[in-house]
Design a protein around this ligand. Structure first.
Ligand code: TRH
Length: 377
């Protein structure tokens, strides 16, 4: 049965920026997609506009402003709520302000969109609900995921068409590299690098310096540029180092759309956290994911769950597991990387295949709206 989405429904999204760029990165993508693809009026409440400006460049500290059709509202103790939306999206269990909760009734659909994980418990918990202890309002739990029986992954409707056009066009790729003011040699292996501060970056880069093939690495700064790379300190965006077979380009922090292009253009992508991980899946290129560190090594459970499911049909699973573990546990060995490189064509084939399987699944925004429509009916 087709779900009917009422185009007059208003949507409020609440975002609290804990750290880094993923909280706002995810919330912004969702807000923009709901507005641009479904024509819904969307307000995005954000508690730290200065941090958000990394993703929403040119945003000001105003109480309220329009950004690409979305109303961005500064969220603090002085925020005045004059209305409540039909669909209220809390993200990553950030909680809703008491004054906002006071205006809500059971008619407002309240959904908490949680963190992404490929762990086996996710389908079981996706879609459950509970009563909010103070207001007794019903809060629904929505879990993004890689399987049909989860909340899906954020993917704009035309993203894969844009990607395919870009990957098929030398002209577009050339123009992209030019816009970054770098000349990437098509014959070189290209790698994008976005990682947490504990990743063994120097060990990876040293293997590339000493490696047998020419490699170009693109590292957007302001992620976690180590204070020193291979003994060179005070590196900034725009710098370029050539050492042995490695050319390292330090890029500025890119706009989200350009970061996507970087992932589409490179042969291998090192990604992290949540949103860049999903974008690497859409790029369809081999990638190494570094999960966000959690206590008691909970992030390694997340990592293993993903590797076990995404790479289940390949004999190279152990190679991929070893490299991911090496990258996430700071025990990087040159042999692990060399083995990965030696098998890159096969890894590329498998990644593309797996990426295609996930692309065939319904995306998060459309699933979420259908979920809310079912609750409202
Ligand atoms: O920045 P992150 O580490 O964000 C965090 C973690 O994922 C954490 O687990 C979680 O609490 C939270 O986000 C949701 O990594 P992530 O998730 O990949 O977000 C980075 C965002 O920054 C993503 O939207 C892509 C974007 N980006 C750019 O726009 N330009 C760039 O140059 C780069 C490197 C990233």
């Amino acid at each position: 049965m087709e779900t009917v989405i009422n185009i007059h429904q208003k949507v409020d999204i609440f975002c609290k920026i804990v750290d880094n760029f993923g909280d706002i990165g995810v919330c912004w993508r969702l807000a923009k997609q709901l507005h641009q693809e479904y024509d819904l009026p969307v307000r995005l409440f954000v508690d730290n506009l200065s941090a958000a400006s990394k993703i929403l460049t040119d945003i000001t500290n105003a109480d309220e402003q329009q950004f690409d059709g979305v109303t961005i509202v500064r969220l603090d103790e002085n925020t005045v709520f004059d209305s409540v939306a039909d669909i209220v999206i809390e993200t990553f269990a950030c909680g809703l302000p008491t004054a906002y909760l006071a205006l809500m009734t059971q008619q407002n659909v309240w959904v908490n969109v949680d963190y992404l994980s490929a762990e086996s418990w996710v389908p079981e918990f996706h879609g459950l609900n509970g009563k909010h202890h103070e207001t007794k309002l019903t809060r629904h739990f929505y879990f993004p995921g890689f399987y049909d029986n989860t909340g899906g992954l954020l993917r704009e409707q035309r993203l894969i068409t844009y990607r395919d056009d870009f990957q098929a066009s030398d002209v577009m790729q050339h123009a992209f590299w030019q816009s970054l003011m770098v000349s990437a040699q098509p014959s070189d292996l290209t790698i994008s690098l976005f990682h947490y501060s504990n990743a063994p970056v120097d060990a990876l880069l040293q293997s590339l310096v000493d490696g047998e093939i020419a490699v170009q690495v693109f590292m957007p700064t302001n992620s976690h540029v180590p204070t020193s790379i291979l003994g060179y300190s005070n590196l900034v965006a725009g710098d370029c180092l050539t050492l042995g077979n490695l050319t390292l380009h330090l890029l500025p922090f890119l706009q989200q759309a350009d970061y996507d292009r970087l992932l589409w253009a490179c042969d291998v992508n090192f990604v992290r956290g949540e949103d860049s991980w999903v974008r690497a899946v859409w790029a369809g290129k081999p990638f190494i994911w570094q999960p966000y560190w959690q206590e008691d090594n909970a992030h390694l459970l997340k990592l293993n769950a993903f590797l076990t499911s995404f790479y289940q049909h390949t004999e190279l699973q152990q190679t991929l597991v070893k490299l991911h573990e090496a990258w996430s546990t700071e025990r990087f060995h040159q042999e692990v990387w060399q083995h990965y490189l030696a098998n890159l064509p096969e890894i590329a084939k498998h990644t593309q295949l797996q990426s295609r399987l996930v692309i065939d699944q319904q995306d998060l925004a459309s699933k979420l709206l259908a979920f809310c429509a079912d609750l409202a009916n």
